[in-house]
Write a protein that binds this ligand. Sequence first.
Ligand code: ADP
Ligand code: MG
Length: 364
Amino acid sequence: MNNSSLLFGVMSGTSLDGIDIVLINQNNKTINIIDFIQIPYNENTKKEFLALHTGQHSDLEHSIRLSLFHAKITANGIKKILKKNKLQTKDIKCIGYHGQTIRHYPKNGYSIQLGNANLLAELTNITVVSDFRNRDIVAGGQGAPLVPAFHNEYFFKKNKNRVIINIGGISNITYLPVNKKITGFDCGPGNILLDHWIKIHHNKNFDHIGRWAKSGKLIEALLLKLQKDSFFKKIPPKSTGRELFNIDWLNKFYVKNYPPEDIQRTLLELTVVTINNAIKIFCSSVDEIYICGGGSKNKFLIERLEEITGRNIDTTDKLNIPSQQVEAIAFAWLAKKCIQKKYNNSPTITGASGPRILGTIHYS
Ligand SMILES: Nc1ncnc2c1ncn2[C@@H]1O[C@H](COP(=O)(O)OP(=O)(O)O)[C@@H](O)[C@H]1O
Ligand SMILES: [Mg+2]
């Protein structure tokens, strides 16, 4: 049966670096990437989203305005891709629109992603699927991570126990063992604290290839203290975000008392050891490790991860999905399932009480 469809996937991750838009042609197990663009947030937009992350800033009007703005710039990006590829809206089955997370509180029963799906449908005249996390949460799940199901579909190999690590703002792991059930959960901070620290000290958005971290000395005693946070000890299902790993969390450890480059080095090590611990504890037998997300560009981080795991680590590019595009593609895939009325959550990973169809449909 020809199940081929053109799909857009739109992802804005916790790093607040911007909006990733991918256009794919998906036919069952085959994905062809047609185009991909990244729309970076400017300083002001980033600040506005950041302000809404904390409980003190619950301005409803402000969040609605940002939602509309997010949809507008997404629509412009989509139109640009359509034009460039000489495609029309009627050629597209749907847009999987994740939106920008500003709160993730599964314990309290909700997760908030900004991005006005009605406006995006209106501006593009394409069906939009949004709000992927909340149905899973009200069914008792974490609503995250949602990408392991996609990893399972496209990265599973019959004779290899594979581990997929996504290092975005937060890092998450998917274990795809040959004979056992898949596991997936958030490991802890990925780039979020590293980005934050270099912004304060050097006014840069991120530590290019981990150069600044590499120049610092690891503070072992501090690393041990950071690792004591109860999140790291929690048994999955578990997920996290900026609600926990933020500047207030960091300041509790008196980080200002140390040379800033040593803190950067130690934060990088925290990302590395928490991923390694997740592998050691939850991935009983590992043949291959692949990495995706912006953290895969942090050369020093990958070097340390290779040293600590004792393995060669490739990016998912080697599995034919570019490391920067995995999440956006995953949301295109999740959206298609929603439209087809197929279950697209992973109860064994998120802890939801059963299979559900995630996503709200806004018809073209
Ligand atoms: N060349 C690079 N060197 C180091 N880190 C990088 C590089 N490119 C991207 N990153 C990191 O990746 C992050 C973006 O990753 P991404 O996967 O988009 O995360 P998210 O899904 O949370 O938005 C940036 O904030 C930055 O920390
Ligand atoms: Mg991003």
